[in-house]
Design a protein around this ligand. Sequence first.
Ligand SMILES: Cc1cc2nc3c(=O)[nH]c(=O)nc-3n(C[C@H](O)[C@H](O)[C@H](O)COP(=O)(O)OP(=O)(O)OC[C@H]3O[C@@H](n4cnc5c(N)ncnc54)[C@H](O)[C@@H]3O)c2cc1C
Ligand code: SF4
Ligand code: SF4
Length: 653
Amino acid sequence: MRDVAGTAADGALPAAALPVPLTVEVPGDGYHRGLISCQAACPVHTDARGYVRAIAEGRFEEAYLIARGPNPFASICGRVCGAPCEAACRRGKVPRVDDDGAFVANDRPISIRALKRFVCSLAGPEARMPAAVLDDVRRYVPAVCADADEMAALLRGAIDGQIPLASGQKVAIIGAGPAGLSAAHDLALLGFKPVVYESEPVAAGMLAVGVPAYRLPRELIRREIAVIEALGVEIRCNVTVGKDVSFEELRRTHAAVLVAVGAKSSRALGLPGENGPGVLGGVDLLRAVSLGEPLPLGRDVVVVGGGNVAYDVARSVVRQIAWDAARTAARLPGTSRVRLVSLEGLEEMPADTVEIREGDEEGVERLNGWGPVAIERDATGAVTGVTFRRCVRVYDENRRFSPVYDDAVRQTLPCDSVLLSVGQAPNLSFLAEGGTDVEEMRPGWPKVDPVTLATSAPSVFVAGDLAHGTRLLIDAVASGKAAARSIYRSLTGHALTPDTLTAFLTLPGYRRERGYESIRRVAVPVAEPEERLKHPEAEVETGYTAEQAMREASRCLDCGVTPVFDGSRCVLCGGCVDVCPTLCLKLVDLFDLAPSADLASAVDRDLGPDPGDATAILKDEDRCIRCALCVMRCPTDAIAMDRVTFATSWRTA
Ligand SMILES: Cc1cc2nc3c(=O)[nH]c(=O)nc-3n(C[C@H](O)[C@H](O)[C@H](O)COP(=O)(O)OP(=O)(O)OC[C@H]3O[C@@H](n4cnc5c(N)ncnc54)[C@H](O)[C@@H]3O)c2cc1C
Ligand code: SF4
Ligand code: SF4
């Protein structure tokens, strides 16, 4: 008996006959590593699998250290990360069936972000002094699944002499956002002296002056940054490059300059009536709220936009109004309201579902499918309303933004304040003095090499939102770390190269917890809407208890473990196919597979030039829940559960 293991690349396996050849992928290098989809989707390749499984087993401190390994913003991410890992989580792809076996819906992904919050609050800077956190983080070497962004990879490289440390050259970083500070963190580890120049009175960029405190407590930000400072990073707040110090001077006095100024300016729409009092950019409003500055706002507010930032704006205004009303109830006349008007219909809104739901709960009135036409003002110039027209389609058939309007259907919403949350742009005016050799890619955005993050100007690099456009906080962290390595290469002349050692470990007797496959996602606890509005900084999410966290974590499929099939032992009994609870296995004739170069070389390697009537075993990876029932059932030990392990280290050429 001979067989070849493959995996169906075109979705669920057909139940009966196979009318067309199946396109399959033959597991090759990196295949099993790629199946840890939470880790693969994280821009800094955090081993989410590792910390989720550690939480399930009650190893909370270790879980924190795994989460912190590649990410200096782990605690902040635990509160507000956009969590691409959750979007990719394989548990969210497993079909749920009813008692009759009929498909009901896909399962829900693991609440990876909320689990990270849980361990950070126990073992991170929220709970301990910076030096204690740093000591533990420095000492921790991940046992499995350690990718290139791990702090341990840099530390080990330095200790074993693979990475000669720099000799304390000063690197100027403009902007103390997540990109600038992550670069500073890694540059300090690589032997540089990073100095961060920040125009705001506080560090952390949009996290401190954009993300509202009801999602991200300010004390937590301060504590996370104190750990970065404890590495020797100097942060100079209240210094605006271009005003307090010139770009030219920074270039003259530092070995390299990293520009990480983000995209801070609210984009305008160019509407009639847009310029003047009563119309404000959404991020300008959030900045004023964050810094406790007076708000030039009325009590009847229209927010234009349908994304997460628009919700941060609308929900912040709702809180400010409720807070003012609570303190001065007798003096405030009439009602107040906040309306959020989005071009998209509800289904297409870019905001996360949780933002829309919580905004609805808190009283944000949502109007979908309207595009702004003009801001209306009275004879004194005061805003009186916004006129909108019906938007009948936002995206074209290729999913490109291409709105179509019905001009005949219009409405004017009366209001006294308008907040525009339709995107942000950078401000690089400081380049005028000493930075004219930084070429632009398009107006206002620098030309950047996507790999080295270098600009056209010598020793000037770019990171974060400025390098890749507005994305998530964790993208900015990844970009800052990549910029640090690139600056190292440029200033020391040593090429940094990652080496990855991958190994497979057979796990005899592998078993999962009883019933793990049927546990429902544990809802992330949140405060009641009326509690949220009692104070503008009252946290919405209250976090898992240890019991809730362990239960939620136990749903993880541990995708680093996988059944591996040995064709030389298989007797084609079909027991594994019968026992598999998710019907993800199938035995098929080799001739039923669509020919491909991969398949041909696997057949040639395993079966030789004359495969005869060989059989292949196919596995639908989206469905496999790593239960090991196939392993237990197999009468010839032809199937084993293997754990993929890998460790990356850096070396210089
Ligand atoms: C309102 C809002 C909410 C968000 N919420 C989330 C979220 O929940 N989850 C998530 O994953 N992402 C979120 N994001 C996105 C995330 O915050 C950004 O992607 C990230 O902060 C970008 O990091 P950065 O370091 O590139 O830039 P920034 O964070 O913008 O930092 C740039 C820093 O440079 C400083 N600077 C600018 N010009 C100068 C100068 N001339 N001199 C000195 N300093 C200067 C700025 O003051 C700022 O502090 C949000 C963004 C906004 C605007
Ligand atoms: S099930 Fe677990 S290991 Fe698999 S992708 Fe989700 S969190 Fe990661
Ligand atoms: S581990 Fe479980 S779900 Fe995966 S193939 Fe084996 S029996 Fe099926």
